[in-house]
Design a protein around this ligand. Structure first.
Ligand code: NAD
Length: 482
């Protein structure tokens, strides 16, 4: 049995508590490791380490901070295969996808390092004589990064890289379902020679370790990726110290398929949305609105392609499309949602049942017809390989239904009509819209949800600025002699 330690102040350390979290392989249901369920005391130690390292890190020229980051990116690439296996083992995604996750994470670190020479302030005209107004951008200080299990390695990097290039120090708390790969990241960081305390990892449950991080007065920013319910809890906890929050929460992405869409393209992209990572992706198509005139043709094509989906144990078979769902709770939840949809009148056109394997939390690729806007399966995040189809009469109704959601992360539309696409871009009320392509955000974009999907966002220039405070200086100087 493996054990993974915390990484605090540049050292791998045992936690002060005997409480542990057991980590399981969702494909085999076997225990892989134990990690500490870090206590308030452990979190305090990590925050103190990050706080003591921060000023020196901030004073280092940004280009030197970037140099450290590039060494981390190289270390990630060197260990990519090992890290990918650790991810697959604890999260259940196919090895090929885990390799993509690690490669993308390394690219993300390099991309954020490139900002070192591009973090800019402003000089603003003053109303007074002999005065300049400077707007500086400065690091917030100590950042707490709390993340979800679905792309655990990438999410840790998505929090670490912008924090580091902007001169912050960080404590990452990975999901208690998938902590091992984040400790692997800490090993890379240690080997890359990052100054002690700049990057720290504490493992543990949300209720103990997570809560201690969100209530610590020295934490200046909590950047969180996870569910809406936890996001709301974190906001409430952060209110005590008026700590800034950056929340990347759930999604319920609508995909609109109009009568003039390229159906093969739409079907492939929607299948990818539901099958990649077994449908456990915040930005992927969760409900499909199809024009009545093409619904039969679309549904037949979608069922035919979804039917080819293979699943299995990612470490046994590298050719599979899907691994298991994350855990038994997720399997029961997805199965329960489909069963309730069927009792509400949905028709199972494909799948609709648990996978046929003796071990592991598998659910078959599923297509549901006859769905209606008011059904729970159309309104609540599924986070599994299930496509509910709702028939619509034209673009107006599709946009109305798409916007009728508490969640506003991403959306997509498939059409050959420029006017329809442009109207959708103007009228869809979401942080992202993908036109005639699969949902997958770029590192130079800005991944930010509307409504209950979050506050603030990640990636690109706007994501970087989430990690900075502004500081305005009014500078009087002696003017020219009158
Ligand atoms: P979760 O909310 O259950 O847990 C996320 C993290 O929060 C974990 O590390 C957990 O230990 C911690 N946590 C739980 N309670 C806490 C508390 N009271 N205080 C502090 N920390 C606490 O989410 P999950 O099940 O890990 O992830 C799935 C969710 O994440 C889905 O809703 C998905 O849409 C969302 N997600 C969103 C994005 C995005 O970019 N918007 C990306 C990936 C996943």
């Amino acid at each position: 049995m493996k054990t993974y330690q915390n990484y605090i102040g540049g050292r791998f350390t045992d936690a002060s508590t005997r409480n542990v979290v057991d980590v399981f392989n969702p494909a085999s249901e076997e225990q892989i490791s134990t990690v500490a369920d870090s206590s308030v005391e452990d979190v305090r130690e990590a925050v103190e380490a990050a706080a003591s390292a921060q000023l020196k890190w901030e004073r280092l020229p940004a280009i030197q901070r970037a140099g450290h980051m590039r060494r981390i990116a190289s270390g990630v690439r060197e260990k990519a295969e090992h890290i990918a296996r650790v991810i697959s083992e604890e999260q259940g995604k196919p090895l090929g996808l885990a390799r993509v996750e690690v490669g993308f994470a390394a690219e993300y670190i390099d991309y954020m390092a490139e900002w070192a020479r591009r973090i800019e302030g402003e000089i603003v005209t003053s109303d007074r004589p002999n005065e300049n107004i400077f707007v500086f951008r400065k690091p917030i200080g100590v950042v707490a990064g709390i993340s979800a299990w679905n792309f655990p390695f990438f999410l840790a990097v998505r929090k670490m890289a912008p924090a580091l290039v902007t001169g912050n120090t960080i404590i990452v708390k990975p999901s208690d379902q998938t902590p091992n790969n984040t400790v692997e990241l800490a090993k890379v960081v240690a080997e890359a020679g990052l100054p002690a305390g700049v990057f720290n990892v504490v493992t543990g449950s949300g209720s103990s370790c997570g809560k201690a991080l969100t209530t610590h007065p020295k934490v200046g920013l909590i950047t969180f990726t996870g569910s809406v319910a936890t996001g709301a809890r974190i906001m409430a906890a952060a209110a005590n110290n008026v700590t800034k929050v950056n929340l990347e929460l759930g999604g319920k992405a609508p995909a609109i398929v109009l009568e003039d869409a390229d159906l093969d393209l739409a079907v492939q992209a929607i299948k990818a949305s539901r099958v990649t990572n077994t449908g456990q992706i915040c930005n992927c198509a969760e409900r499909v609105y199809v024009d009545r005139k093409i619904v039969d043709a679309f549904t037949a094509k979608l069922c035919a392609t979804m039917k080819t989906t293979t699943y299995g144990d990612p470490l046994e078979d590298s050719s599979i499309d899907m691994g298991p769902l994350m855990n038994r709770h997720e399997l029961e939840r997805v199965a329960g949602m489909v069963d309730r949809a069927v009792s509400d009148g949905a028709k199972v056109l494909l799948g609709g049942k648990r996978g046929n394997r003796t071990k592991g939390f598998y659910y078959e690729a599923t297509v549901l017809g006859n769905c209606r806007q008011e059904m729970d399966i159309v309104r609540t995040e599924i986070f599994g390989p299930v496509v509910p189809i709702v028939v619509v009469d034209g673009l107006d109704q599709a946009i109305e239904y798409a916007n009728d959601s508490e969640l506003g992360l991403t959306s997509s539309i498939y059409t050959g009509n420029l006017n329809a696409a442009m109207r959708a871009c103007n009228e869809l009320r979401f942080g992202e819209t993908y036109v005639n392509r699969e949902n997958f955000e770029a590192l130079q974009g800005f991944h930010a949800g509307w409504r209950k999907s979050g506050i603030g966002g990640a990636d690109g220039r706007h994501g970087l600025y989430e990690f900075m405070n502004t500081h305005v200086v009014y500078m009087q100087h002696k003017g020219a002699a009158a």
